[in-house]
Design a protein around this ligand. Structure first.
Ligand code: C5P
Length: 223
C-alpha cells in the first residue's frame, strides 16, 4: 500500500495520545488510538461480567464487541462507542486500562484485532498510536517513533490529568500502577512493548508537548 503511516509507540503516560492527535491534526492525517480498542474490549468484558482470567470468553467478547470512533466536528474530540453506547469516559479509567492490559496479553485477542487496526490506514495518511504499531501492526511504516519518559514524570502527568477531572488518586499509587503495567506490557510473550529497530527514540522527560510535536514533525518530509 502507498498510504503513508507514522507509528508512535511507547509506555502509558509517555504522552503518545496527546502527541499523536496533534501530529495527525498538523499533517491532516487519520488517527488510530489502538489502546482505545483494547480498552473498549475491556469495558465490554466488564459490562458482560466476563472473568478476566477466562481467555476463551475474552476472545469471544473481542469478536462480539462493536467499536466505533466518532470525531466531533466542532471540538475535534473523539467519542468511542462500544456496542452502541458512548464509553469515552469509562474508557479512560485505570480500571479499563488494567482490563485492557490483561486482555492485550492474549494472543488470539491481538490476532483478532489486527485487521480492525489496519483498516484505519486510509489516504492521505495515518498516525497510529500504541505499543506494537511499528513492530507488528504496521511494520512497513515509513516513519516510526518511540516515546519514553521517566516513570515518575509519567505518574505525575497522569496525576494532573486525573486531578483536573476530579478523580481522587495518590501519586504514589499511580506510580505503582504504572510500573506494574509497564512490567506486564514489556514481559508478555506476544507483542511485548519494545521499540522497532528502525524507530527514532524521543525521551520526553522535561519536554513540553509543543517541543515533542515539533521533534516528531521534523522527522517527516516537508508538510
Ligand atoms: O495506550 P493505552 O494506555 O490506552 O493502552 C491500554 C493497554 O492496552 C496497554 O496497557 C496495553 O496493555 C494495551 N495495548 C496493547 N497494544 C496496543 C495498545 C494498547 O497491548 N497497541
Amino acid at each position: 500500500e502507498h498510504v503513508p503511516v507514522l507509528t508512535i509507540d511507547g509506555p502509558s503516560g509517555s504522552g503518545k495520545g496527546t502527541i499523536s492527535r496533534l501530529v495527525a491534526q498538523r499533517l491532516g492525517w487519520h488517527y488510530l488510538d489502538s489502546g482505545a480498542i483494547y480498552r473498549a474490549v475491556g469495558v465490554a468484558a466488564g459490562w458482560g461480567d466476563i472473568d478476566l482470567a477466562d481467555p476463551a470468553a475474552l476472545v469471544r467478547c473481542t469478536f462480539d464487541t462493536k467499536i466505533d470512533f466518532i470525531e466531533d466536528d466542532e471540538s475535534r474530540e473523539l467519542r468511542i462507542i462500544v456496542n452502541g453506547l458512548d464509553a469515552t469516559d469509562e474508557l479512560r479509567t485505570e480500571t479499563s486500562g488494567a482490563a485492557a492490559s490483561a486482555i492485550a496479553a492474549i494472543p488470539e485477542v491481538r490476532a483478532a484485532l489486527k485487521d480492525r487496526q489496519r483498516a484505519f490506514r486510509r489516504a492521505p495518511g495515518l498516525v497510529a498510536d500504541g505499543r506494537d504499531m511499528g513492530t507488528v501492526i504496521f511494520p512497513d511504516a515509513a516513519h516510526k517513533v518511540f516515546l519514553t519518559a521517566s516513570a515518575e514524570e509519567r505518574a505525575e502527568r497522569r496525576y494532573k490529568q486525573l486531578k483536573d477531572k476530579g478523580v481522587s488518586v495518590t501519586l504514589h499509587g499511580l506510580l505503582r500502577e504504572i510500573l506494574a503495567r509497564d512490567a506486564r506490557d514489556a514481559q508478555r510473550v506476544v507483542a511485548p512493548l519494545r521499540p522497532a529497530e528502525d524507530a527514532v527514540r524521543i525521551d520526553t522527560t522535561g519536554l513540553s508537548i509543543t517541543e515533542v510535536v515539533e521533534r516528531v514533525l521534523a522527522l517527516m518530509p516537508a508538510h
